[in-house]
Design a protein around this ligand. Structure first.
Ligand SMILES: *Cc1c(COP(=O)(O)O)cnc(C)c1O
Length: 429
């Protein structure tokens, strides 16, 4: 880990060229890597030597980008994945197998909710969803002898709940399991999850890290802090011989690198949700301006949130950076420089009012995406979360009238002008 401040890490971490090497991260567009001797290649396959041999397992361009994200988070090791979905799946599946159980907060991204509640159930891995605002006793009651981790989002998409990281970290560690957190919305610029007891962080780099809505991608970062050997019987995949690697024991051979090495050499080898080097290059370009953009996203979003809060047609606004927010104290504690650029709000009226307002926006576009440079808007009940029942919507913290506004980095006056004119038309009766 470098000692630079976060803005500098965004630029300087990862690829550090030596004398005569390209100034900019090179794209190593190659499936495979050449060796002089058969023995040398064999040692790589046995994980006895470090090196590249096939881009499904590891690629230098990807590794430099993972190294930068690892440094931004202050972690020990990291890997890229093809998407945020793959990152969250690998992060949990790396330590859970059929017959196991884990706990997740219910206020999470819709895609992750389905992954955990439907697809992973089919693999024999059971999940219990808990309210992020549940008491310690209620969360404790969800633990079973076969529980292997707790999962949450630092800022929930789209409910925008700020998670009480220390509450969940304490319970995870009391029960001998790691705490995994999806830090997509806050990014390491706004939230240093590892400082609050989080063990493993995941990202959809698709969002602010890329920042330009150009590439789908994910990342897993391990702090290296969780002591797998202390709870060896809970995590046999890390602490007993892996027959598919001639009996290697990850914790013994790789120490703090055990978790990421297993995810790379076993899960990525077998499941193959690999990031392409060209996309990794684009993520890296996005990362260079991440700190700068987050500052602007947050200041624009706060200005827009205050405008909405004072508008007669707006029923409610949810943005943790507002002093009126019930999450403001948690925001001040965990992300004092701001949360992110995403706001949710409801208009006075019904579901149809929300749809009418959105259809009248001119510059602000209706897109599924959030967290990029352009201001965009979405109605989760009609779009991302339409597969959920009303009950599941409520559980995920999504009201039927909720409009999700992802505030971009345009001039904030233009964003407000567009909202103002759409409100006027919508409520012109
Ligand atoms: C978008 C998103 C994901 C999924 O990422 P993809 O790259 O779309 O697979 C996971 N978690 C959060 C919080 C997200 O916003």
């Amino acid at each position: 880990m470098s000692n630079y401040r976060i803005e500098t890490k965004c630029i300087q971490s990862g690829w550090e060229p030596k004398n005569g090497e390209p100034r900019i991260l090179p794209i190593i567009q190659s499936t495979t890597f050449k060796y002089e001797s058969s023995d040398e290649m064999g040692a790589l396959f046995d994980l006895e030597k470090e090196g590249y041999f096939y881009s499904r397992l590891q690629n230098p361009t990807n590794d430099y980008v993972a190294k930068k994200i690892c440094d931004l988070e202050g972690g020990y090791a990291a890997m890229l994945t093809a998407s945020g979905q793959a990152a969250n799946f690998y992060a949990v599946f790396n330590i859970c197998e059929a017959g196991d159980h884990f706990i997740s907060t219910s206020a999470i991204y819709g895609g992750t909710f389905n992954l955990f509640g439907v697809t992973m159930k089919k693999l024999g891995i059971d999940v219990t969803f808990v309210d992020p605002e549940a008491t310690e006793e209620e969360i404790q009651a969800a633990f079973r002898p076969n529980t292997k981790c707790i999962f949450g989002e630092t800022i929930a998409n789209p409910a925008l709940v700020v998670l009480d990281l220390e509450k969940f970290a304490k319970l995870a560690h009391k029960n001998g399991v790691p705490f995994i957190v999806d830090n997509t919305f806050a990014t390491p610029v706004n939230c240093h999850a590892f400082d609050f007891g989080v063990d493993i962080v995941t990202h959809a780099t698709t969002k602010y890290m890329d920042g330009h809505a150009a590439t789908i991608g994910g990342c897993i970062v391990d702090s290296g802090n969780f002591d797998w050997e202390k709870y060896a019987d809970k995590f046999p995949g890390l602490t007993t011989p892996d027959e598919s690697y001639h009996g290697v024991i990850y914790t013994q051979r790789f120490g703090k690198g055990a978790y990421i090495t297993k995810a790379t050499s076993q899960l990525m080898r077998d499941l193959g949700s690999v990031q392409s080097p060209e996309n990794a290059f684009l993520i890296n370009l996005g990362l260079e301006t991440l700190a700068l953009r987050m500052e602007r996203h947050c200041s624009n979003a706060l200005t827009v949130a205050k405008f909405l809060e004072n508008n007669e047609h707006v029923a409610w606004v949810n943005y943790a950076d507002l002093e009126s927010s019930k999450y403001h104290a948690l925001q001040q504690k965990y992300m004092p420089n701001g949360t992110c650029g995403v706001i949710s709000f409801g208009l006075k009226g019904d579901r149809a009012t929300a749809v009418k307002f959105m259809d009248h926006l001119k510059m602000i576009a209706i897109v599924t995406h959030v967290a990029d440079a352009r201001t965009s808007v979405l109605h989760p009940a009609s779009h991302t979360h339409r597969q959920l029942s009303d009950e599941q919507l409520a559980e995920a913290g999504v009201q039927p009238d909720l409009i999700r506004l992802s505030v971009g980095i345009e001039n904030v006056a233009d964003i407000i002008d567009d909202i103002q004119q759409a409100l006027e038309v919508t409520f012109a009766s």
